[in-house]
Ligand binder design. Structure first.
Ligand code: SF4
Ligand SMILES: [Zn+2]
Length: 134
């Protein structure tokens, strides 16, 4: 399930809203339409809630991304940024750069949830356990 693009939201009165509000067609250009994409990006660049919007959209997982131009980025650009962003290792809890996680799937660029140091430590522990058992 995806969330609504900010341009389709009806915000409560006095809530900070972006200039994209009610501009759904403008903010969802055909990705092949370079001029259309530029126009949508320009709307975001003058937006008073740009930082809040960027923080919100980049915290979403790819399968929840509403699509269109959001916070000055196209959907493929947001996908790329998420892939390259650092993450928290599910084993040690450390926040590390993306290259500290091995690839889960090289084709899509998806990386593992457990960092390289934790993976190496687990491999070493397994190796010693096997040697002791032999
Ligand atoms: S940054 Fe862009 S998408 Fe986000 S609220 Fe502002 S105009 Fe809308
Ligand atoms: Zn770790």
């Amino acid at each position: 399930m995806t969330l609504a693009h900010p341009s389709t939201l009806t915000l409560p009165e006095n809530a900070p809203s972006g200039p994209c509000e009610g501009q759904s067609a403008l903010m969802n250009p055909d990705p092949a339409n370079v001029l259309g994409v530029h126009r949508a990006v320009e709307v975001c660049l003058g937006c008073p809630v740009f930082v809040e919007c960027l923080t919100w959209v980049m915290a979403l997982k790819d399968d929840r991304d509403p699509g269109g131009v959001i916070a000055g980025l196209t959907e493929p650009e947001r996908h790329e940024r998420r892939l390259n962003a650092g993450r928290t290792c599910t084993a040690c809890g450390e926040h590390r750069a993306a290259d500290q996680f091995g690839f889960h799937d090289r084709e899509t660029g998806r990386r593992r949830a457990i960092c390289k140091p934790c993976t190496q430590a687990a491999n070493l522990a397994r190796y010693h356990a096997q040697r002791r058992a032999a």
